[in-house]
Design a protein around this ligand. Structure first.
Ligand SMILES: Nc1ncnc2c1ncn2[C@@H]1O[C@H](COP(=O)(O)OP(=O)(O)OP(=O)(O)O)[C@@H](O)[C@H]1O
Length: 460
């Protein structure tokens, strides 16, 4: 990635050869030839690494280090000391220098130390990135987000000695349901307990059951020991049931009983155990239509939505896009060691014009890609126009057929409804011309006519 280095050295020829050497290794090196100028530049450019001669006209190296560190506490520094000047070496190490080198300089050793600093800076940036992932942050100032934040605050303040109200979080994919669940937990009186999550879509029925309720030894072939279920493990903490619409029907009844009675019985067990997890559930499917289809229990639905938080689609709060874009730019730039990137106004308007079917997750991915591939500091609209993505800002609803089908399924549409919409759109696109619409969807005219009749679609 290359470091941004400031070298303060009064021996000009030496300074220039060090700059040449380090520049060849991919670093960016600025020079200052006296102490005062060195400090001024350090304040100005906030380098990743200071290379300092200990003895300088004006301010000494250790003095520059002390003052610069007062402003940038994590700034790395390597100090060049006069041969055998032990006091200098001790002084600079006490000030937090990364290491020191004795003069005359061994340039190979200098390169090795700069490599080590680079590795440390990269690790620190990665750590900052992962820490930031751990802390749920809900970016946005739109009325919908402000009202959501207020609801989260109010829920978090509940003491709930008798248990907290179950919360159903709904919204399209990528709108931040997971973020909201984590925020609720972290701000609430449950924050001292565990936050456990289960994705109901990812697991087969038997596994969901044993994950949720646990089992006793010998409950089934292969159950060699007892296992604690998530309902028990999240006791006094929070259990987040993600994609609840996909929970198999037989387990739905068991979950309802467990929530109502605040007890669980492990598979193969004979006694009920008292549990008190705070239940948060999320869905990107329309649970009411699943109830209509008979795949989701109405009683569980009403039990879960004691409090209902509905997350807005990103396209309904496009005013938040600049804030979110800046936030993801900082996040990904830090992650890839590319700080200093900025968004040009045309990039922002491109991002605001796009409908974001994948919502905030898709925006985050778009910015990550742009940070990765753009060579310039300023990201322009062109950086968001790679094939298969925003296509110059025009609406492209889905990247792949699989994504299209997944999204339609999440909306709770049946295959008949999906086909009906497909045919309607083909007719719209062909201006009502049946032959042309049939070609678009790969059917004969007669079959298209037959299906139009079946779905009650008029020719237009
Ligand atoms: N308001 C927001 N502020 C900052 N980051 C957000 C916001 N909303 C979503 N994100 C980020 O977008 C990504 C997707 O969010 P999240 O996983 O919470 O969505 P989801 O609604 O749970 O999606 P799915 O239904 O697909 O599980 C995450 O990286 C998350 O951190």
């Amino acid at each position: 990635m290359g470091l941004n280095i400031l070298l303060v050295e009064d021996e000009r020829n030496l300074a220039r050869s060090i700059r040449e050497l380090l520049t060849a290794q991919g670093h960016e090196v600025s020079l200052a030839f006296d102490g005062n100028e060195g400090l001024r530049q350090a304040e100005l450019i906030a380098p990743d690494l200071l290379l300092l001669d200990a003895r300088l006209p004006g301010l000494s190296g250790p003095e520059i280090l002390r003052r610069a560190r007062a402003i940038y506490p994590t700034l790395a520094a390597l100090v060049f000391t006069a041969y055998a000047s032990v006091e200098d070496a001790v002084a600079v190490m006490k000030l937090g220098a990364f290491d020191y080198l004795q003069k005359p300089l061994d340039l190979d050793r200098l390169c090795v130390l700069v490599d080590r600093v680079e590795e440390t800076v990269r690790l620190k940036q990665e750590l900052a990135y992962y820490r930031s992932l751990d802390e749920p942050i809900l970016v946005g100032e739109s009325p919908a987000i402000l009202s959501l934040r207020e609801k989260i605050d109010r829920l978090s303040r509940l003491e709930g000695s008798q248990g907290l109200p179950t919360v159903l979080i709904s919204g399209e994919t990528g709108t931040g349901k997971d973020v909201v669940a984590r925020l609720l937990h972290q701000q609430s009186s449950r924050r001292g307990g565990a936050f456990l999550a289960i994705n109901c879509v990812a697991l087969p029925e038997s596994l969901v059951e044993s994950e949720l309720f646990g089992y006793e030894r010998g409950a089934f072939t292969g159950a060699q020991g007892a296992k604690l279920g998530l309902m028990e493990a999240a006791d006094k903490g929070t259990l987040f049931l993600d994609e609840i619409g996909d929970l198999p029907l037989p387990i739905q009844g068991k979950l309802l009983t467990a929530i109502e009675r605040k007890t669980v019985r492990r598979l193969g067990g004979i006694r009920d155990r008292k549990v008190d997890p705070w239940i948060l559930a999320a869905t990107n499917r329309n649970l009411e239509s699943l109830i209509g289809d008979g795949t989701f229990r109405a009683d569980l639905y009403y039990r879960l939505r004691v409090v209902h938080l509905e997350l807005p689609r990103l396209r309904e709060r496009a005013g938040d896009i600049p804030l979110l874009a800046e936030y993801f730019l900082r996040l990904h730039a830090t992650r890839y060691g590319k700080s200093g990137k900025k968004l040009a106004p045309d990039a922002l308007s491109t991002l605001q014009a796009y409908p974001w079917p994948g919502n905030v997750r898709e925006l985050s991915h778009a910015i990550e890609q742009a940070v990765l591939w753009s060579k310039d500091e300023i990201l322009t609209a062109a950086d968001f126009a790679w094939p298969g993505h925003l296509a110059g800002g025009a609406a492209r609803p889905f990247a792949t057929p699989d994504e299209a089908v997944r999204t339609l399924l999440r909306e709770g549409l049946s295959s008949a409804e999906i086909e009906k919409r497909l045919l309607q759109q083909a007719l719209e696109a062909s201006g009502g011309n049946i032959s042309q619409a049939a070609r678009l969807v790969g059917m004969t005219r007669d079959i298209l006519r037959y299906r139009m009749e079946k779905y009650g679609i008029a020719a237009g």
